[in-house]
Design a protein. Structure first.
Lengths: 113, 112
């Protein structure tokens, strides 16, 4: 299996632009998580889905952030409009069991200038 | 609420030294406990886990014992290698929830 696949690996954009991050979970996994990692705040859970349905989005910072999972093999995290403070590494993770073992993607390094 | 507190880094050791990274947790009930490791440029990966009190998780020479009385899950390794240089995250999964809560991470650097 190819593991959790995220794209792009790196994204550099200007403030005010829309950013879309993409994730393909491991085939057969039914839960998907979006995390954000920064030096100041560590690893924060933004939102997670179970069977394509958003279960907990309490970690989404504000209305500029939105996430979708239209099917079991694809999810997006969108930031519109982006701001410099959104600069971080964004990780997607999936699991197929009782969420005891998360499989992480390699992350998207986002820089908002 | 549920939370995880781990020692701040960075931790720098010489090769073959003994390693301890402290982790304590706050949770009602009986969570499952984990250590994840993040190598440079990669996502996190599960290192070891323990699902009940007094369980010992182990992998790649690392060990951690679930101590309910002290609410701790300290990570130990008897002889570290340069290849162990990474960021280590302590985490818990509360049985009635469906999400893992991570600590802030501890960066470990091993000198040859």
């Amino acid at each position: 299996d190819a593991g959790v696949i995220q794209s792009p690996r790196h994204e550099v954009t200007e403030m005010g632009q829309e950013v879309t991050l993409r994730c393909k979970p491991i085939s057969g996994h039914n839960s998907l998580f979006w995390y954000r990692q920064t030096m100041m705040r560590g690893l924060e859970l933004l939102i997670y889905f179970n069977n394509n349905v958003p279960i907990d989005d309490s970690g989404m910072p504000e209305d500029r952030f939105s996430a979708k999972m239209p099917n079991a093999s694809f999810s997006t995290l969108k930031i519109q409009p982006s701001e410099p403070r959104d600069s971080a590494v964004y990780f997607c993770a999936s699991t197929g069991g009782r969420n005891e073992k998360l499989f992480f993607g390699s992350g998207t390094q986002l820089s908002v200038l | 609420g549920n939370s995880v507190t781990q020692m701040e880094g960075p931790v720098t050791l010489s090769e073959e030294a003994f390693l301890t990274i402290n982790c304590t947790y706050t949770a009602t009930g009986y969570p499952s406990l984990f250590w994840y490791v993040q190598y440079p440029g990669e996502g996190l990966q599960l290192l070891l886990k323990a699902t009940k009190a007094d369980d010992k998780g182990s992998n790649k020479g690392f060990e951690a014992t679930y101590r309910k009385e002290t609410t701790s899950f300290h990570l130990e390794k008897g002889s570290v290698q340069v290849s162990d240089s990474a960021v280590y995250f302590c985490a818990l999964l509360y049985s009635s929830a469906s999400k893992i809560i991570f600590g802030s991470g501890t960066r470990l650097s091993i000198r040859p």
